[in-house]
Write a protein that binds this ligand. Structure first.
Ligand SMILES: Cc1cc2nc3c(=O)[nH]c(=O)nc-3n(C[C@H](O)[C@H](O)[C@H](O)COP(=O)(O)OP(=O)(O)OC[C@H]3O[C@@H](n4cnc5c(N)ncnc54)[C@H](O)[C@@H]3O)c2cc1C
Ligand code: FES
Length: 357
């Protein structure tokens, strides 16, 4: 995984809603290959805000078929990057951008006759829109049903684009808009998505036996509810794809426990990256490998620092770690020894991790 950033010019900024800007980038021809992407992938953006480097990930909301690189950034109250992007950033400004990354997608196959279902809430529509558009355009027999949750009609991000897609693929694409703070006459579409509503959807609108793949993107509780509901209804794990934009700090208790258990013991850490090796010591159980290495002036790849994006993935060559959260790595990768270094706390005398593996 490259941690290289490229300076890209902002070529356009449009408001999709009052607090969500769609930002387009100019990609120079010599970077086309590096910036080629799959539907559902994200860019990591970085800039200095109040003198501090801030980096955040944003899903591409354009399709790879568009020849455009667009992200939709929703302003979050007191959010550093999202406020900057919505209130300060101008066309012509430059941002540091890491090439596309992520595995929130299913492979495209023109011969597919698959039925897809997607769930999105708020800004979670960005990767989902790219996924829907690409499958509909590339797979002539694919169908898509989207369940999209927002507070009000005015807060629906990419509404015009979704309506245009609906008109273009009338027989293959359906959208169900749920509103949580505005009236809807159909009870199903009023309020948040719940387990009861999932029951209703899969009784009246679609049948899990006829759906081939599921995508969801939104707040952690919604994503986990959808995942658990589908698993309970015998949907295979491999058919359920989800992307989380942030995670709750549910690991605080584990963190405290690990710190207490390993207090006073030293871990000798070796980091292998880019053909180089660095070494430093920290107290076992005290900090995750990524943060500890960054504090020791390492230049390592990372983005979300929340166990979601996998940018900080590395192989544990020697030693033990306590993993706090993992929403990104597949079981296979874990079995092969991969860890998310932003979530891995050293718990042995010696720990060696390899970012080049
Ligand atoms: C793979 C990936 C793809 C993403 N794609 C998008 C995208 O397409 N569009 C988009 O708008 N965002 C997206 N995000 C989220 C984005 O990276 C930032 O986390 C978000 O913009 C907040 O950053 P900030 O600097 O404004 O807020 P911060 O300054 O980091 O946080 C401010 C406060 O808001 C809380 N907070 C942080 N993120 C959220 C959130 N998502 N919802 C509610 N509260 C939050 C924090 O806990 C904190 O209290 C994505 C994240 C990941 C990991
Ligand atoms: S930086 Fe995103 S998972 Fe570690």
């Amino acid at each position: 995984m490259s941690n290289k950033f490229y300076k890209l010019k902002v070529s356009g900024i449009e408001k999709s809603t009052i607090d969500c800007s769609i930002i387009s980038f100019d990609i120079p021809l010599d970077l086309y290959e590096q910036f080629s992407f799959k539907q559902g992938q994200y860019l990591t953006l970085q800039t200095k805000i109040d003198g501090k480097e801030i980096r955040r990930s944003y899903s591409l909301c354009s399709s790879p078929l568009d020849g455009e690189w667009k992200v939709g950034i929703k302003k979050i109250e007191d959010g550093k990057f999202s406020t900057f992007a919505n209130e300060v950033l101008k066309v012509g400004d430059e941002l540091e951008v890491m090439p596309p990354n992520g595995n929130f997608y299913a492979e495209i196959d023109k011969t597919n006759q698959k039925n897809y279902v997607a769930f999105a809430a708020g800004s979670g529509i960005t990767p989902i829109f790219s996924i829907i558009k690409t499958h509909l355009l590339e797979e002539p027999k694919a169908t898509f049903k989207l369940f999209y949750i927002n507070p009000k009609v005015v807060s629906i991000i990419l509404k015009e684009e979704l309506e245009a897609l609906k008109n273009q693929f009338m027989s293959r694409f359906e959208v169900f808009y749920f509103l949580t703070r505005e009236h809807r006459s159909v009870p199903l579409l009023k309020g948040r998505l719940s387990e009861e509503k999932m029951e209703m959807i899969f009784k009246t609108i679609c049948d899990t036996n006829q759906i081939d793949e599921y995508f969801s993107c939104g707040p952690e509780p919604m994503i986990l509810m959808i995942r658990d509901f589908l698993l309970k209804n015998n949907v295979g794990k491999e058919k359920i794809h989800f992307e989380l934009f942030n995670t709750t700090g549910s690991n605080i208790e584990t963190k405290k426990k690990v710190a207490q258990t390993f207090k006073g013991k030293v871990a000798d850490i070796t980091i292998l990256e880019g053909g180089k090796s660095m070494n430093f010591k920290i107290e076992q159980g005290s900090d995750n490998i990524l943060d500890a290495a960054l504090k020791n002036a390492a230049d390592l790849p990372f983005a979300c620092k929340g166990g979601v994006c996998c940018t900080c993935r590395a192989k544990l060559i020697e030693g033990n770690v306590e993993v706090l959260v993992n929403y990104g790595l597949e079981e296979e990768e874990i079995e092969q020894g991969y860890i998310l270094t932003c979530q891995s706390i050293p718990t042995s005398d010696k720990v060696v991790v390899d970012f080049d593996s």
